[in-house]
Design a protein around this ligand. Structure first.
Ligand SMILES: [Cu+2]
Length: 419
């Protein structure tokens, strides 16, 4: 039918627009011009009346409006957004969805907040890998030597959720360094991250040059370079180590680990049957990208981990009725104070920031606020059999991406007490 209609139009030359397809019109136009150059189509057009024609003043007004519109578009954009930054300035940074780039946001800040570059990942840890593995030193001339290597890895905080982390020795948290008070220790730090770094030995009495803050006591350790820290341990207790170059980015991406120093003389330390170290951390993972969890526009942390795992992937501590456990809380997190609560009765705070609390000053509590950088050693007694929770008391911190699974999430773990 369509073909029939088309030929009909060609024969009659009538311009019946109704019911004609666009291709029909095009063909007609194309035919009209080369068919002898009669410009019949143009002759057919009705000239605009004087009233319909734009006046010079109208044309000038429209031109002015257009220029004003274009200028306004540029000025408004430039006053709210930093248009001076190029992709090169920000290293191809991927920012959190919803992040607002204001005009005073410098490229350096954007790089600091940007997602881990997936191209920098050099290792994927098995989903069941655990962090905080005790690192055995080698002894060189009486010095305990620990080799620490930094790299970007994929790490499972849950069986179904991977983050991209800045990790010591391919684990989150980094390996546990456990020595005895008075030991001389040496840490060779090799930086295989895509950015410069440094390591701080949190709470240690040591020579200033060994303290770690980048650009304060040492030059940053550039990618591919190494730096050696060495000192003699004077204190005992629960300590940790972490990045001290842009820690808001690097520490929160996994650059931390426990440093436990056993006392030379343990006769005065309180008695306990077993111990467990709890290192806290917050994560921001969105749409397959891992951003350093910090208090910024575009995303608050949505995953929370104890020793690199979110509940229900956290450990369960097995205890026998009547046993005492030493819980070492480490505020290795960056953004929040986590009020850590233990069910089933109070605990006794026996050590704060590595320092023993005198017996007469020890207090009993069932919740302790663990702020970033703080440590609390508490002793808890298994008074009754059953499953007893250890968890943060900010309820959002016991969810996984705002969802509860098996009764919780994030900063939660179980102590299973059996008779
Ligand atoms: Cu919390």
């Amino acid at each position: 039918m369509a073909k029939e209609d088309h030929s009909k139009h060609e024969e009659t030359g009538k311009s019946e627009d109704d019911g004609k397809s666009m291709s029909d019109k095009k063909e007609e136009k194309a035919d009209a011009v080369p068919s002898g150059g009669s410009h019949e189509g143009m002759k057919m057009k009705m000239p605009l009346s004087a009233a319909q024609r734009a006046t010079k003043a109208q044309k000038v007004a429209w031109a002015l409006l257009s220029v004003i519109g274009l200028a306004a578009g540029l000025v408004i954009s430039a006053s709210t957004t930093n248009l001076r930054l190029s992709a090169r300035d920000v290293g191809g940074a991927v920012m959190p969805p919803g992040m607002i780039m204001l005009r005073d946001t410098p490229g350096k800040a954007m790089r600091d907040m940007a997602a881990v570059d997936p191209r920098a990942v050099t290792y994927t840890a098995p989903p069941d890998a655990r962090g905080d593995q005790t690192l055995t030193p080698r002894v060189e001339n009486g010095v305990k030597v620990f080799d620490l290597e930094l790299s970007v890895i994929k790490w499972n905080v849950l069986p179904y959720k991977q983050v991209m982390a800045y990790a010591f020795n391919k684990q989150v948290p980094g390996p546990r360094i456990r020595v005895t008070q008075g030991d001389r220790i040496r840490m060779n730090v090799k930086n295989n991250l895509p950015e410069a770094t440094s390591v701080h030995w949190h709470g240690m009495i040591l020579p200033n040059q060994m303290d770690g803050p980048a650009e304060i006591t040492q030059l940053p350790i550039e990618p591919g370079q190494s730096y050696t820290y060495e000192f003699t341990t004077q204190q005992a207790g629960t300590y940790f180590y972490h990045s001290h170059r842009e820690p808001d980015r690097q520490q929160t991406l996994g650059m931390f680990g426990a440093l436990i120093i056993d006392p030379k003389d343990s006769t005065s330390t309180p008695a306990y049957d077993l111990e467990y170290t709890i290192q806290l951390q917050e994560w921001l993972e969105r749409e397959g990208y891992t951003f350093p969890a910090m208090l910024m526009e575009g995303g608050l942390p949505n995953f929370f981990t104890i020793n690199g795992k979110a509940y229900p992937s956290t450990d369960t501590i097995e205890m026998k009725l009547g046993q005492k456990i030493l819980l070492r809380f480490i505020g290795s997190s960056n953004n929040f104070i986590h009020p850590m609560h233990v069910h089933g009765g109070p605990f006794t705070i026996v050590e704060t920031d590595g320092n023993p609390v005198q017996k007469s000053a020890q207090i009993e509590k069932d919740t302790v606020n663990v702020g970033p950088g703080e440590r609390y050693d508490v002793i808890w007694t298994a008074r009754n059999p059953g499953k007893w929770l250890v968890h943060c008391h900010i309820p959002h911190h016991t969810t996984n991406n705002n969802v509860e699974e098996h009764g919780g999430g994030g900063l939660m773990m179980l102590i299973n007490v059996t008779p």
